[in-house]
Design a protein around this ligand. Structure first.
Ligand code: F0G
Length: 463
């Protein structure tokens, strides 16, 4: 593959520290064999998440000096909403502190609306809900259902659109349960199945089904630009279309979007909750914003945070940026594949997802094969990754049984504009070493299991 140089040079560096194996053993013991509980200082290359961990540009940093810190009516707010209108075509903008802030102010309004229309058992439908999205739906008494296409489940079989809805089962659900459906949430790219894109056609059909039945369409837009880039690359109909135009076409299909701007928004903190033209819903969400996030023109952000987001949203659309970003994820994925390591294929937008079920066929889901792999990788190399599998899935709140997980994946999540390809080669070399020793690694069990969101604070021991 031809190399893809980054469209930037480095102006400032932040030292990261390599530790010794003994130091890492001690740090991991202290963290209860849970990489989430490590001190970040003890991590060499941090691939826990791409959320809020990227590097801002010189223009973003410079814009922060011009942030308007007025409590109400900040100029930075008006500049942000103008850019939102230009990029997405949405009239009404509420800034929020991050993606889940948007979920917490929007979802109660949507459920209320569905109940007014006769919903007795409200349910959100999605290609796949992100975990906080699911949590916020459940916290307001709704259920969630995922309709991911079946190819997403077979990590070794490539498919361009593994983020797609299974449209047949979606249509079936709409036909049989119309009155209970609160909204259709289109997650682009689909994080939970591997940062996989949704095709324009799939977005259009899913949205049309919702529209025809009077169901609101919400885009979970955390990685909107990466999804648009995949559409440009993989759908010949769009190969000559500008990313900005593709983004417009995607968002034309929806009524509302929630966004964690910590991903493609390229900021360390921030989010958005935006409405195309539904003024009354916008007013309702604004009312919830004030007590939960802050006054409606800052939503929990400093003026300078909104200024940086305004620039970040524009930089996200730059095709050279997207090209080098996705190429870096592919670069890591290719090295792993060449060494025979099973990953979700093709690689997604923000991360390489390693299939731990295939590496440890004998470790049962309740002994967390992907967590075993995360720990071994940290001990080998100081690289921190995250588990997306049974541990994150948790227990059924009613019967207390482990919920079945579609996958046991280790996510190597790549922050934007932060690490070099040399870092990626080091990650690949280290993981290849770990997988050679897979037979010697021991399953895990809980030493301490919190009742909710257990993956963040649980402690483990080896079985
Ligand atoms: N939606 C998606 C698709 C996400 O990936 C995330 C966060 C959120 C919503 C919530 O946004 O964190 O700003 O409140 N994903 C991060 C991750 C945490 O590591 O995948 P948030």
């Amino acid at each position: 593959m031809k190399s893809v140089p980054e469209p930037w040079r480095i102006k400032m560096v932040e030292p990261i520290k390599m530790t010794t194996k003994i130091q890492r053993q001690n740090a991991l013991m202290e963290a209860g064999l849970n990489p989430f509980l490590l001190k970040a200082e003890d991590v060499f290359i941090d691939l826990l998440t791409d959320s809020g961990t990227g590097a801002m540009s010189d223009r973003q940093w410079a814009s922060m000096f011009l942030g308007d810190e007025s409590y109400a009516g900040s100029r930075s707010y008006y500049q942000l909403s103008q850019i939102v209108e230009e990029i997405f075509g949405y009239q009404y903008t509420i800034p929020v502190h991050q993606g889940r802030g948007a979920e917490q102010i929007l979802f109660p309004c949507l459920v209320e609306l569905a109940k007014e229309k006769g919903a007795s058992e409200p349910v959100f439908l999605s290609n796949h809900h992100f975990d906080t999205t699911k949590a916020h739906a459940e916290m307001v008494g709704a259920r969630v259902k995922d309709f991911i296409c079946s190819s997403a489940l077979q990590t070794n079989i490539p498919d361009d659109w593994k983020g797609n809805f299974d449209l047949e089962s979606l249509a079936n659900e709409i036909n049989h349960n119309r009155k209970n459906i609160v909204a259709i949430v289109i997650t682009i790219t689909c994080n939970s199945v591997g940062g996989q894109p949704v095709s324009m056609e799939n977005i259009r059909i899913a949205a049309a089904m919702a529209r025809d039945s009077g169901i609101p369409v919400v885009i979970d837009a955390a990685r909107f630009a990466e999804n648009a880039y995949f559409i440009k690359r993989r759908d010949s109909h769009y190969s000559d279309t500008a990313i900005s135009q593709i983004v417009k076409e995607i968002f034309d299909e929806a009524d509302i979007f929630t966004m964690s701007a910590k991903k493609d928004g390229m900021v360390n903190i921030g989010g958005l909750c935006c409405f195309r033209n539904n003024e009354s819903l916008f007013r309702k969400a604004q009312l919830r914003c004030v007590p939960m996030e802050g006054f409606v023109t800052y939503g929990g952000l400093a003026g300078r945070d909104m200024a940086a987001m305004t620039i970040g949203l524009q930089e996200a659309l730059n095709e050279d940026h997207l090209h080098s970003r996705i190429a870096q994820v592919e670069y890591l994925g290719n090295q792993l594949q060449q060494a025979g390591i099973p990953i979700q294929t093709p690689v997604g937008g923000h991360a390489v997802f390693v299939d731990a079920r295939k590496i440890f066929p004998d470790i049962r889901p309740e002994n967390f094969p992907a967590q075993v792999l995360c720990n071994a990788l940290y001990l080998e190399s100081g690289v921190r990754a995250t588990e997306i599998g049974s541990l994150m899935m948790g227990r059924d709140p009613v019967n207390g049984q482990q919920e079945p997980s579609l996958f046991e994946l280790m996510r190597l999540t790549i922050p934007r504009r932060t690490y070099t390809d040399n870092h990626m080669s080091y990650v690949a070399d280290s993981l290849i070493e770990v997988v050679k020793k897979a037979g010697t690694l021991r399953p895990l069990e809980f030493e301490y299991e919190p009742k909710v969101l257990r993956q963040f604070t649980a402690r483990f021991r080896e079985v």
